[in-house]
Design a protein around this ligand. Structure first.
Ligand code: SF4
Ligand code: SF4
Ligand code: SF4
Ligand code: FES
Length: 941
């Protein structure tokens, strides 16, 4: 057993596609043109000693350890800052170089604590390694001189410690924060001997701009910045490459372990989505996987008032099956269904939808992706022909204009945000369409060219006004449209969008955005070079979510911004496997691969493979399940890894529907809010025990590898297969790999995917089949999946949710960096130190006229319900709009949100709720009831 380490080539690669021939230590080598001498030598197999260089950062040339001799050049140039040239003759090992390197190391060591044997980095310290490599045997200067050995530690960050006594001032941390993360939280203060690393001008890390991404810790060659887990437990002795279980970026990590315990998560350099970077959640917030709250034994109970009873797996599964069968006998086949989770693996999701279709004999399966990105599926399928984003993340490096709509990447998709900010610092232009002044609008070295702070609910009006400008000002890419798109659909759209009612001027009062700003943004997107669109739930979670997705697709087609690197239409998926859960056939009308259940040929294929007859009628969506539960016709539900009682809109309605059911089965890590209404609890597995795949927002299929067997004794897919067997249907899979083989056999876009292939190479972006065996980073390159691109009409229809004198403000909701979704995982980590409760952000004017001060408890009430929450006065909010997150069940943001939803997909309109905010001094009735209910379930809480 050993820890796999990423090779460090010292300086970044250069992609010219050309090579030059050089001589290194007497041997000729062909090396990439433009790389440093250091990298060329490393590629040729010779590692030149270095301290300030690492290949994730631009060369800096400060430590003077990497000196070489080059024939015909004076002195000893630094190999990290010297580019190779054809014919160069380089010596990396000479007596002179050895002498100089020893001297450099001597100076470093003379001001370094000699506590290697008890140091947290012992065995993983570049300074220690270099001292050994250069043959340092003595330090002539002694250790008595002035030094930094008594510098005070900064232990303010919950995840890492800064011990300046060990700092060699190589600036790797400062540069990592700037170049990799883009936060600029660190500086080198003072000069010469006094120079030292400092977080935001002398503040403690925790009080600084630091977002705890850990890039500096990873870059540090000494023990100065070290993970607390390493300080506490020591170095790992084995590692497993796996995938983060949080957001849709899908970062790859090396889980570094001592036995079966994680001691560090190191972002994997070969991870296609993250290329060695991460955010605070993936790198540090994995402690929930072994949290004491985790349920490890199956449980059952007759009624939701009864106490839970721990039982064996056999008893739990047969109890669940008997209850479900009894419901079907009494109320019909369609009286039960299932909900899949975008947090589970493709294999686990596939198993649930197959169970519903083949063992429950209906299509009552839906997914939590319904409440986030179902409009993406609908909108992109209708326009482009496939329900997925068009690019890989890397593509943003070729974008010239980046349009961010209804997304807050620095909080919700941080690693992609770092990539995006890197491109923006290089000069790409940014347009932000969002009611709030999100961080991207102005952050260190990044400033949006245009921020269009639209009124929530007017997305389609804004996108129509942008398209109107492009069409009426002659900015359409006519050649692209003529070659790649359906002419009749374009003609219809062009005529519609050119109507005066779609002009920025006509819509100014509706959107609240000055017409001239919209025109300027439209001109920039259409004429600024490669235009790339990135959008989030601020696009989809509206009554016109599908229209808005189609509006974005229309815009990309009209300007020819599709089908190559640097362009495209890209949904930023919220949860880790939103894309996968949709791909796997979780919608009631679609089998895996987005093929309609009513298509007899497709159905026949599945029936033959599954040896089951399938219902040709689409089943119930989640909101229909709730409605049917309340009218008594839907009585049994299997809920996989989703907390619908917290995450779905109109909590009181959801609770009533769940309460009305006879058998609710929850499969999860913790007794979540939904479990309060459950009769059967199947304990789930954390990502550290899963053996499967997640598909990220780029369609990238990443392996999720177990570091240990399931703590509760059974893989989640296995529980589902056993429940199906108890219902009379045999799935017969021996392992997760067999499930992927079945997915590949039945899903054309996955035809070339297998665990074996993923394990022998890297991740793969679907489609992956005979035509594209290595996957497809950029879609629609030579033609749209549907043939020709289809323009769709996107008439602006105002939402039914209106403000009035009683509810004069609009509530919109979202996420923050340190927490994730309903918080089930992140609330059980030290991340809660940054966001211990949800708060209501409110503009100072709106607060003033209500007598509200920063930190006051306020009542947040809508036509649906009311809750009590703490107010924070924020200059990010426009007047008339308030904002909150839904990470904590106590705040109950979804007690307030309505059931209005997207016209095409029923995706809830989370982003627009008319509310009133008033001072309050006690919890709402709902909160009191919840507290009582939880006290019964969890007396110890
Ligand atoms: S943890 Fe990240 S944000 Fe914080 S100082 Fe280090 S690199 Fe910068
Ligand atoms: S903290 Fe680490 S990375 Fe930063 S300057 Fe000191 S030794 Fe270098
Ligand atoms: S960006 Fe997303 S996938 Fe990457 S580490 Fe953070 S939470 Fe995980
Ligand atoms: S590694 Fe080249 S100067 Fe430090």
């Amino acid at each position: 057993m050993s820890v796999m380490k990423d090779r460090d080539y010292g300086t970044p690669g250069v992609e010219t596609g050309r090579t030059v021939t050089v001589e290194i230590d007497g041997r000729r080598h062909d090396v990439p043109e433009g790389v440093s001498v250091m990298r060329a030598a490393a590629l040729a197999g010779t590692d030149i000693p270095k301290l300030c260089a690492t290949d994730s950062l631009n060369a800096f040339g400060s430590c003077r350890l990497c000196l070489v001799e080059i024939e015909g050049r004076k002195g000893t140039p630094a190999s990290c800052t010297t580019p190779v040239e054809a014919g160069m003759k380089i010596a990396t090992q000479t007596e002179r170089l050895e002498r100089i390197r020893r001297g450099v190391m001597e100076l470093y060591i003379s001001d370094h604590p000699l506590d290697c044997l008890t140091c947290g980095a012992n065995g993983d310290c570049e300074l220690q390694d270099r001292a050994g490599e250069v043959g340092l045997r003595e330090v002539r200067y002694g250790y008595e001189g002035e030094g930094h050995l008594d510098a005070e530690k900064d232990t303010s960050n919950p995840y890492f410690t800064f011990d300046p006594a060990k700092c060699i001032v190589c600036s790797r941390c400062v540069r990592a924060c700037e170049e990799v993360q883009g936060t600029f939280a660190l500086t080198i203060e003072d000069r010469g001997f006094d120079s030292k690393v400092s977080a935001s001008a002398g503040e403690a890390f925790i009080d600084s701009e630091c977002v705890s991404c850990g890039a500096c810790v990873q870059a540090c060659p000494t023990a100065t910045l070290t993970e607390n887990t390493i300080l506490g437990h020591g170095q790992p002795n084995r590692s497993v490459i796996t995938t983060c279980a949080y957001c849709g970026v899908g970062c790859s990590f090396r889980a570094e372990l001592q036995g079966d315990e994680v001691v560090r998560m190191t972002p994997h350099k070969d991870g296609g989505a993250n290329e060695g970077h991460s955010c605070v959640k993936g790198r540090f917030a994995w402690g929930y996987a072994t949290h004491a709250d985790r349920i490890l034994s199956p449980m059952i109970r007759e009624t939701t008032n009864a106490p839970w009873r721990e039982v064996s797996w056999d008893e739990a599964i047969s109890y669940a099956a008997e209850r479900l069968k009894a419901i079907q006998t009494e109320h019909g086949t369609g009286a039960i269904g299932g909900i899949t989770s975008s947090r589970c693996t493709n294999e686990e999701v596939y198993a649930v939808q197959k169970m519903v279709r083949a063992a429950f004999h209906n299509n009552n399966v839906d997914t939590c992706a319904r409440v986030c990105h179902s409009p993406t599926g609908y909108g992109l399928k209708n326009t482009f022909g496939t329900s997925a984003g068009t690019q890989d993340f890397k593509s943003v490096a070729k974008a010239d204009v980046i349009l961010v709509v209804g997304a807050n990447p620095t909080d919700a998709h941080p690693v992609f945000a770092s990539r995006m900010k890197r491109r923006l610092r290089q000069g790409a232009k940014l347009i932000v369409i969002d009611p709030r002044r999100i961080d991207l609008v102005r952050s260190p070295h990044v400033e949006a060219a245009h921020h269009l702070p639209l009124r929530p609910g007017t997305n389609v009006a804004v996108i129509n006004a942008i398209a109107h400008t492009i069409v009426t000002e002659g900015l359409v890419d006519e050649a692209f449209v003529a070659e790649r798109c359906e002419t009749p659909s374009f003609d219809r759209w062009k005529e519609f969008i050119a109507l005066a009612e779609n002009s920025p001027e006509a819509l100014e009062d509706v959107t609240g955005v000055p017409a001239e700003d919209i025109r300027a943004a439209a001109r920039l997107y259409a004429t600024g070079g490669n235009g790339a669109i990135y959008y989030g739930l601020g696009v989809t979670e509206h009554s016109q979510g599908s229209s808005m997705v189609m509006g974005l697709a229309n815009l990309a087609m009209a300007t020819g911004n599709i089908g190559r690197e640097g362009v495209g239409v890209n949904p930023l998926r919220g949860q880790n496997n939103v894309q996968g859960s949709c791909d796997m056939g979780s919608f009631p009308h679609e089998l895996p691969g987005y093929r309609h259940i009513s298509d007899a040929a497709v159905r026949g294929e599945f029936e033959a493979h599954w040896q089951a007859s399938l219902d040709p009628e689409p089943g119930l969506r989640i909101p229909n399940m709730f409605a049917a539960a309340l009218d008594g016709s839907f009585r049994g539900l299997f809920v996989q890894g989703e907390d619908i009682a917290q995450s779905d809109p109109n909590t009181l309605h959801v609770s009533a529907a769940l309460q009305a059911m006879e058998c609710v089965i929850v499969q999860d890590l913790f007794l979540n809010e939904t479990a309060a209404f459950a009769h059967v609890f199947f304990p789930g597995t954390s990502f550290l025990e899963k053996d499967g795949t997640f598909t990220n927002a780029e369609r990238r299929i990443n392996r999720v590898r177990p570091i240990k067997p399931p703590l509760q004794g059974m893989h989640e897919w296995e529980t589902v297969a056993r429940l199906a067997r108890a219902m009379g249907y045999e799935m017969g899979w021996p392992d997760g790999a067999a499930i992927m083989d079945e997915i590949a056999a039945l899903t054309p876009t996955f035809a070339g995917v297998s665990f074996e292939k993923l394990d022998s190479g890297k991740s793969i972006q679907w489609p992956c089949n005979d035509a594209t065996p290595d996957g497809t980073p950029v879609m629609h390159a030579s033609g749209f999946v549907r043939g020709k691109g289809q323009f769709m009409l996107t008439r602006y229809v105002p939402t039914e949710e209106k403000t009035n004198r009683r509810y004069p403000l609009i509530l919109t909701t979202g996420r923050i960096l340190s927490q994730y979704n309903v918080g089930a995982q992140t609330r059980r980590t030290k991340n809660s130190m940054w966001h211990g409760e949800d708060v209501l952000e409110i503009h100072s004017h709106d607060a003033d006229i209500r007598g509200i001060s920063d930190g006051d408890l306020v009542s947040l009430g809508s036509r649906i319900g009311a809750t009590t929450i703490r107010a924070v006065i924020s200059d990010r909010m426009p007047q008339g709009v308030v904002y909150t997150t839904f990470h904590h069940p106590e705040s109950g943001a979804n007690v307030v949100t309505t059931e209005l939803s997207d016209w095409a997909t029923n995706c809830p309109e989370y982003k627009v709720t008319a509310v009133q905010v008033t001072l309050a001094n006690m919890p709402s009735d709902w909160q009191m009831e919840r507290r009582e209910r939880r006290a019964e379930i969890e007396p110890a809480e």
